[in-house]
Design a protein around this ligand. Structure first.
Ligand SMILES: Nc1nc2c(c(=O)[nH]1)N[C@@H](CN(C=O)c1ccc(C(=O)N[C@@H](CCC(=O)O)C(=O)O)cc1)CN2
Ligand SMILES: [Mg+2]
Length: 294
């Protein structure tokens, strides 16, 4: 049996559709138009593509979009001054600083400077703390997308054994917290985990977020498991072109898994959809309205 291919693109379009409808209601009923400011430092090609897509999708969803492109040698102080202006701007409900930042800028200092109520990446320590306390509204976009996709397949995640391979602040750690909030039994594994393949083989839900191309092999997957591949690794081809591959050896894993996300077209599109959702959540909270029912 071949695994069900989880269509992240379709799930993202459906979520963006619901967000767009709620934005229209928010404008019509409350005169509130959500606004997202995206800050890009430098000209990294992948980041430029992601930022362009974020800006385009924000506007298409009926939100205001504010575009801040800064040279790669901008000083940390100048960047912090822009963040301070965006924090004070009532038209801006969400602030997203595209990562990674150049080496001379401390990502921690920049993230800490964002108003937690506008932190649509969910990376500010206040929002990370709220996530572990179970009271978060703004949670990191990629992990939120992973949980939506897994729930789309399994309905409930309660009681399932979830293994998250990777412990980054942007994916692994918040994903583990979100899965715990869904009553899954969660293991966080990483490069130092003993018998990693055995740990993965116990997972009903296997999330790979290590940034190592095809590290998770087919025989690491429990038969019938739901596999969510967060990896986006660009592989250079001999003809000068490139190809994206995930952290999971898809061709092997699809023979064993019950369902699996492809790369591209799996988790990636959900990241941008969840950014729009977070911007809507931030705008509604700012207006004293409950979370959207999307
Ligand atoms: N401030 C942030 N920076 C970064 C984040 C983030 O969530 N917040 N995540 C990544 C990049 N990212 C969004 O910023 C992102 C990555 C990938 C995709 C996506 O749709 N990928 C497609 C493939 C696209 C391609 O061909 O390159 C897919 O997987 O189908 C969207 C957003 C790091 N930085
Ligand atoms: Mg840095």
């Amino acid at each position: 049996m071949t695994a069900q291919r989880i269509d992240g693109k379709a799930a993202a379009e459906a979520l963006i559709g619901r967000v767009t409808d709620d934005v229209a209601r928010l404008i019509r009923d409350h005169g509130v138009q959500p606004g997202l400011a995206v800050v890009l430092v430098g000209d990294d090609p992948a980041s430029t593509v992601y930022v362009r897509s974020k800006i385009k999708r924000t506007a298409a969803a009926g939100m205001r979009s504010f575009d801040h492109r800064l040279p790669g040698d901008v000083s940390e102080d100048d960047l912090l001054a822009i963040i301070a202006r965006l924090n004070a701007d009532p038209q801006v409900n969400g602030i997203l600083v595209q990562l990674p930042l150049p080496k001379h800028i401390s990502a921690d200092r920049v993230i800490n400077a964002i108003d937690p109520g506008k932190d649509v990446d969910g990376l500010h320590p206040v929002n990370a703390g709220r996530l572990s306390a179970g009271t978060a509204k703004l949670v990191p976009c990629t992990p939120r997308g992973c949980v939506i996709l897994a729930k789309g397949v399994r309905g409930t995640l309660a009681g399932l054994d979830a293994v998250v391979v990777g412990r980054s602040a942007i994916v692994g750690k918040p994903l583990a917290q979100l899965l715990l909030a869904e009553d899954a039994t969660v293991t966080i594994a990483h490069s130092k985990t003993k018998d990693l393949a055995d740990v993965c083989r116990r997972a009903d839900l296997l999330f790979a977020a290590v940034g190592r191309p095809e590290m998770v092999r087919g025989d690491w997957v429990k038969p019938g498991a739901t596999v969510v591949d967060v990896g986006i690794n660009r592989l250079a081809l001999p003809d000068g072109k490139s190809r994206l591959i995930g952290d999971v050896a898809y061709a092997e894993a699809e023979k064993v898994a019950g369902a699996i996300t492809p790369v591209p077209g799996g988790v990636g599109p959900m990241t941008i959809a969840c950014l729009l959702l977070n911007t809507l959540i931030a705008a509604r909270a700012r207006a004293g309205l409950p979370e959207p029912m999307v």
